[in-house]
Design a protein around this ligand. Structure first.
Ligand SMILES: NC(=O)c1ccc[n+]([C@@H]2O[C@H](COP(=O)([O-])OP(=O)(O)OC[C@H]3O[C@@H](n4cnc5c(N)ncnc54)[C@H](O)[C@@H]3O)[C@@H](O)[C@H]2O)c1
Length: 363
């Protein structure tokens, strides 16, 4: 670690831990001290990330007893079957109660590694080493773990806070461009929803971010993690304020389902979802037109979609009603009063939502 590395402390009822953000961290033994990582380590990765980074990470882990498990790549493998394979491999490797699981990969690997750690022997430690921008700014922090079920995404899981998060922005160099830009949507989400200064900083540094400038990325990941940590600390289990992290997500979720998972990346759907949330907020007289335009413009600069795909308003509305975040049949959405100033509207007028979706569909 050097002076330019930043450490963000996350304090929750489920555990306190550091998120370290910097460059070249996966090569540095001092990022994995004995009080964070015991003598037995079980590394979960996938066939894309493993060949790129597993050797470097295990070299930094030194003389510990290390078992490496490589899963196939893809959201379609975020299943109970993969979870069972991880547990089987941990049993075969005779991992003890004081073993530590490391999730080396994007959100898919992090969620599965975290869930296996939450369950194995009723819970062992997990250290997250996120390798996508989305995982560094979102999935690795906050303790949500789990797998998908044919009946729904992330339907099975547990809250299990990591022992540490090591976010090495240098590994983002190899991330495919589309995945990278989808991660930028989540960065914009923190600015648009929670932190107006950060939103302005993203606007000013958009080109540096597009070029994956290490210093710009370090700042973007730090500020995103700080924003997430602040919310998670107040509301670990999403009883209230944590919902603000879902700006654009109910619209986005409907887009993902309507297009069939995988054709739109999550971040792309969230980008279009944030624009729709902005337009709805404007329509309700809450968000000034200038702010809505800035949000749309920034997402366009990042090459992200700012309109939903051609799907009828009725279909999207039906899917929005089925979202997990909908309570007692009411449309509960995150709206904005200004950039950086979002709130939970527990009962959005359905006619207004429909009007926004109709207008977007009409182009
Ligand atoms: N737990 C949470 O709070 C939380 C929050 C948001 C999203 N998620 C979950 O995260 C998942 C999505 O995560 P994601 O967007 O990171 O997708 P992902 O894990 O599928 O990674 C995207 C792709 O990038 C590849 N990849 C990862 N790191 C790379 C690198 N450094 N270089 C080259 N390729 C690399 C992966 O192998 C994969 O093909 C979803 O399952 C979602 O439910 C969880």
């Amino acid at each position: 670690m050097d002076d330019s590395d930043a450490v963000i402390r996350v304090e929750t009822g489920g555990g306190a831990y550091d998120v370290t953000v910097g460059t070249g961290l996966i090569d540095q033994p001092e990022c994995f001290p004995a009080d964070v990582l015991g003598a037995e380590v079980f590394v979960v990765t996938n066939e894309t990330v493993g060949p790129l980074y597993a050797d470097r990470l295990t070299a930094a882990l030194g003389s510990r007893r290390i078992t490496l498990m490589t899963l196939p790549d893809g959201e379609e493998h975020k299943t109970l079957e993969s979870f069972a394979r991880i547990i089987d491999a941990m049993v075969a490797a005779r991992m003890h109660r004081d073993a530590t699981v490391i999730g080396l990969g994007g959100g898919v690997i992090g969620d599965m590694a975290g869930f296996a750690a939450a369950s194995y022997q009723r819970g062992v430690a997990v250290v997250q080493v996120p390798t996508t921008l989305l995982a560094q700014v979102d999935a690795a922090v906050g303790g949500k773990t789990g797998v998908n079920h044919p009946g729904g995404k992330n339907l099975i899981g547990a809250f299990h806070q990591p022992r540490a998060v090591i976010a090495d922005v240098a590994v983002l160099d190899t991330l495919p461009e589309r995945e990278y830009r989808a991660g930028l949507a989540e960065v914009v989400k923190y600015g648009a929803g929670l932190d107006a200064d950060f939103f302005s900083w993203i606007e000013a540094n958009a080109q540096a971010l597009l070029q994956r400038d290490a210093e710009a990325l370090r700042v973007a990941v730090c500020r995103s993690c700080e924003a997430k940590a602040a919310v998670v600390q107040q509301d670990e289990r999403e009883a209230g304020r944590r919902a603000l992290l879902n700006l654009g997500h109910t619209f986005g979720h409907a887009i993902e389902v309507a297009t069939g998972y995988g054709s739109w990346l999550h971040g792309e759907a969230v980008a279009a979802g944030m624009v729709l949330a902005g337009r709805l907020s404007g329509r309700l007289g809450l968000l000034p037109a200038d702010d809505a335009a800035r949000l749309e413009n920034l997402l366009s600069v990042f090459g992200l979609p700012v309109a939903p795909p051609p799907i009828s308003a009725d279909r999207l509305l039906d899917l929005m009603r089925m979202d997990k975040k909908v309570l007692s049949g009411r449309l509960r959405l995150i709206l904005m009063k200004g950039l950086g100033d979002s709130f939970v509207e527990a009962d959005c007028p359905e006619g207004e939502v429909r009007a926004v979706l109709h207008a977007a569909a009409a182009g």
